[in-house]
Ligand binder design. Structure first.
Ligand SMILES: *[C@@H]1O[C@H](CO)[C@@H](O)[C@H](O)[C@H]1NC(C)=O
Ligand SMILES: *[C@@H]1O[C@H](CO)[C@@H](O)[C@H](O)[C@H]1NC(C)=O
Ligand SMILES: *[C@@H]1O[C@H](CO)[C@@H](O)[C@H](O)[C@H]1NC(C)=O
Ligand SMILES: *[C@@H]1O[C@H](CO)[C@@H](O)[C@H](O)[C@H]1NC(C)=O
Ligand SMILES: *[C@@H]1O[C@H](CO)[C@@H](O)[C@H](O)[C@H]1NC(C)=O
Length: 297
């Protein structure tokens, strides 16, 4: 009887893992904390049936002056995003996950770039240890990879980042890993994706850098990027008060994607910092679109 009870419990647990009750397979990705504005999680609208990822921007392999640290990352997102505030938003919204995004464009005025580590194994083990510590302290669930500048030879990027993600997942430090290429950084990210795609959950391609302003051009850009990364993991993205498609044309573009056979499984928005003054209307509309859309992930 006891054995049967445990057996049933395992089945129920396995079922709940495969079909989380709060999630219809749709995801939101929201960058937060990059601009220095004192943003918080509380004001951001979060629908219960969407897995909502806050992407803290950024964790950086650099000291405060921007000097590389051989893979030792430190958090540089705005200090209002505290460990306690992450624990709190996750406890009031069990569908929330939090990620640390790696690198970003710059620290203060210093442009950040991938560099070939003199000792790749040391870089990977430093990155693993420092990120594990940040992830534990801040109650995070994953990492996003947002290196934006590369040297001529980038082979070390796919290897070091791919091994890092693999190790973080293998040791159950993270459950989610995403990458954030933009129009001119596809090559190193495609390389990474081709070698380590099984460990990468979503591609937050920055479509706003593709300079597409109409739904039709957005569809073409989306199709192009799915040819690089496959159809299942690429998310459409929107920059609030930014480049590329703006306003309701974005939602026309999402309709057009679905009419052309793409399942819109999620939306990435850059960023909560910019949305605060506009009442988060793109976050609201994106989630309404995802809940209304009939396609399933
Ligand atoms: C969330 O999904 C569940 C199960 O499909 C459904 O019963 C519930 O009404 C949904 N809630 C919202 C707010 O959409
Ligand atoms: C990085 O590693 C190299 C080689 O081991 C060492 O010379 C250098 O001092 C290290 N840099 C930092 C910031 O730790
Ligand atoms: C971690 O890697 C080991 C060795 O390859 C493997 O046996 C194990 O199943 C992996 N664990 C997870 C959680 O991926
Ligand atoms: C899509 O790819 C084609 C072929 O490489 C290219 O000519 C076109 O400019 C791309 N369109 C967009 C919007 O990226
Ligand atoms: C919901 O979907 C229906 C059918 O596709 C569409 O007519 C309607 O405009 C959608 N509503 C929203 C809020 O997207």
């Amino acid at each position: 009887m006891i054995k049967l009870h445990f057996f049933l419990l395992h089945i129920v647990t396995a079922f709940a893992l495969i079909f989380p009750p709060f999630c219809n397979g749709k995801v939101m990705m929201e960058y937060i904390g990059a601009t220095g504005k004192p943003v918080t999680f509380d004001a951001v609208p979060i629908e219960p049936n969407i897995t909502f990822h806050f992407i803290l921007s950024f964790a950086i392999d650099a000291d405060p002056s921007g000097n590389p640290q051989n893979g030792t990352f430190s958090p540089y997102w705005v200090p209002t995003l505290t460990p306690d505030s992450i624990a709190a938003i996750k406890s009031t919204h069990p569908n929330v996950k939090a990620l640390a995004s790696l690198s970003g464009w710059s620290l203060q005025n210093k442009v950040l770039r991938w560099y070939t580590p003199s000792n790749p194994q040391l870089w990977i083990s430093n990155a693993f240890a420092s990120l594990k510590s940040i992830i534990t302290t801040y109650h995070l669930d994953g990492i996003d990879v947002d290196y934006e500048n590369f040297p001529k030879h980038t082979e070390s990027f796919a290897y070091c980042i791919g091994e890092l993600i693999t190790l973080l997942k293998n040791q159950s430090v993270v459950t989610v890993a995403t990458i954030a290429p933009f129009y001119s950084t596809s090559a190193p990210y495609v390389d990474l994706f081709n070698q380590y795609g099984n460990a990468i959950d979503y591609v937050n391609h920055q479509f706003y850098t593709d300079k597409v302003k109409t739904p039709q051009a957005y569809l073409e850009a989306f199709r192009n990027r799915t040819e690089m990364y496959g159809k299942d993991k690429v998310l459409p993205s929107y920059e609030v008060d930014g480049r590329g498609i703006q306003g309701d044309a974005f939602f026309v573009a999402l309709d057009l994607l679905e009419e052309n056979g793409f399942d819109v499984n999620g939306v990435m928005i850059f960023s909560a910092d910019a949305s605060a003054s506009g009442g988060y209307c793109y976050e609201r509309k994106s989630q309404a679109f995802l809940l209304n859309s009939t396609s399933s992930a």
